[in-house]
Ligand binder design. Structure first.
Ligand code: 1CP
Length: 343
């Protein structure tokens, strides 16, 4: 069966708009919470192929998305490099923060694939179990976003520690970005070799960087990863997501050469149609909080997105991930709305 989502990523849209949702697996689904409750540590959960494959498939069974996104986390990469990573209930991710060269010297690519190899096993299982019309999406965090966690030692509002290292110790900061480029490219290539049809690179925290730093910290590492993937897997589409990057988005697209870009909720759609969708496939951008309230307003906004972007390659998605309080029945109504729309 043809893969509508993959074809759309390759620039051949059909008459129905394919869809998937960021964080489509997760706490808003009771069946996710049930499987999640069987493993205490979140990282261990990510490294359990049977459970990770199961929670990846749960939303597809319920709603029939055109894409299944591998269940894992962006912090698998620092873990694979040897940094200590753990999740505390109610506090999100914690890492042993890298403050200086000693912290950096503890990182190594040597044991990377052994450490994260169970993620590749999850991809292999998904490839075997998924229906042939569903596109399997691999993913990783972009170096800048992952570095914010590695340097801060946790999530943060303004990524102060990473910015300050980038300005105050640019040599050390560049070394962190460089090892992340190598690890991320290898990680995504291994996901592709295990069966991923396309990959997305999440740069969730690329907002409000000065233009020069956006070039160095967001665009350049992404270019390097795209080049490394293309050297081995020329045909596999790559989706970028420089979240909240604003007016620099068209430059991100032309310089990185990604096949598609995810639009955050704030991107004006007619602008995106005229400046981005004229170059590559776009994905987005419903406000995830609209799916919490649901109803007519959610449906009207979904139509506005579908109508505005119907002239080119478009994959329906959210502008960011589902929040845990999302009622599953609203996801059902949204999925039905998108499936019934024709371009
Ligand atoms: O048990 C739980 O439900 C914990 C919540 C959770 C989940 C469901 C975390 C912790 N990670 C995940 C899975 C996850 N993370 C996926 C897989 C599946 C899917 O989308 O359905 C993906 C793609 C991610 C990617 C991810 N992790 C990003 C990039 C996308 C984004 O949301 O911007 C980021 C920034 C993370 C870090 C992270 N992991 C988890 C949390 C709570 C966070 C954010 C912490 C913060 O706000 O700084």
């Amino acid at each position: 069966m043809p893969k509508l989502l993959l074809n759309t990523l390759q620039g051949n849209p059909g008459d129905r708009v394919p869809f998937w949702f960021m964080r489509q697996a997760g706490r808003y689904l009771p069946e996710y919470r049930e499987v999640r409750a069987t493993t205490r540590s979140f990282m261990e959960f990510c490294y359990s192929p049977e459970k990770a494959a199961e929670v990846t498939l749960q939303p597809i069974r319920r709603y029939g998305m055109d894409g299944a996104i591998l269940f894992a986390d962006i912090l698998v990469v620092p873990d694979g490099l040897g940094q200590k990573v753990w999740f505390e209930a109610g506090h999100g991710p914690k890492l042993e923060a890298i403050k200086d060269h000693t912290g950096f010297d503890n990182l190594s690519l040597g044991a990377f694939h052994d450490k994260v190899g169970n993620v590749y096993e999850t991809v292999r299982r998904l490839k075997a179990e998924l229906s042939s019309d569903v596109t399997l999406l691999g993913f990783a965090g972009a170096p800048w976003t992952v570095a914010t966690y590695m340097i801060e030692g946790a999530g943060s509002k303004d990524h102060a520690a990473a910015r300050q290292m980038g300005y105050g110790n640019p040599e050390l900061f560049q070394k962190i970005l460089d090892i992340l480029v190598d690890a991320t490219a290898e990680y995504l290539c291994a996901q592709i070799e295990a069966g991923a049809d396309a990959v997305q690179i999440f740069d969730s925290w690329s907002a409000a960087l000065p233009e020069t730093m956006f070039q160095k910290w967001v665009i350049e590492p992404t270019v390097a990863i795209v080049d490394k993937i293309r050297a081995k897997h020329k045909e596999v589409p790559i989706i970028g997501f420089p979240r909240l990057s604003g007016a620099i988005l068209p430059e991100f697209v032309s310089k990185t050469g990604v096949n598609a870009v995810s639009l955050d909720t704030g991107v004006p759609l007619e602008w995106a149609r005229d400046n981005v969708q004229n170059k590559v496939c776009v994905q987005g951008n419903l406000d995830p909080h609209l799916v919490v309230s649901g109803g007519e307003l959610m449906v009207d906004e979904a139509y506005r997105i579908l109508e505005t972007l119907k002239g080119g390659a478009h994959i329906f998605n959210l502008g960011h991930g589902f929040v845990p309080e999302t009622p599953p029945e609203n996801v059902a109504l949204l999925s039905k709305t998108i499936k019934n729309f024709r371009r």
